[in-house]
Design a binder for this molecule. Structure first.
Ligand code: FES
Length: 108
């Protein structure tokens, strides 16, 4: 497999061809939050916490977007932080609703 050059938060990073933005960032020591990603499983792109902005592409899930030569990726800014907070809140609310429902059912 070949090697590509991408830019994450303005920093030049080498990436393996066929790898995702998330894999590339983590290998370079750049943290991107993630919840539904597991390195031994195919990406499912469900939680949305790994959201990043890619130049020319817009917002994308880092866990299921493959790197391309010269790609410019932003992993942190106010917009991304706000969207991640919204998604995390949605996940927690959904979880709390299910837990509450299970509690109701268990008391019937
Ligand atoms: S880690 Fe969940 S959508 Fe990317």
């Amino acid at each position: 497999m070949g090697e590509l050059k991408v830019f994450i938060n303005g920093r030049e990073v080498k990436a393996k061809e066929g790898s995702t933005i998330l894999e590339t960032a983590l290998e370079a020591g750049i943290y991107i939050p993630y919840l539904c990603h597991h390195p031994n499983l195919p990406p499912i792109g469900e939680c949305g916490l790994c959201l990043v902005r890619v130049n020319g592409m817009g917002l994308a899930n880092a866990c299921d977007t493959l790197v391309e030569e010269g790609m410019k990726i932003v992993t942190e800014n106010e917009e991304i932080a706000s969207l991640r907070r919204e998604r995390l809140t949605g996940l927690l609310m959904s979880h709390l609703f299910r837990m509450h429902r299970l509690l109701e059912i268990s008391q019937m």
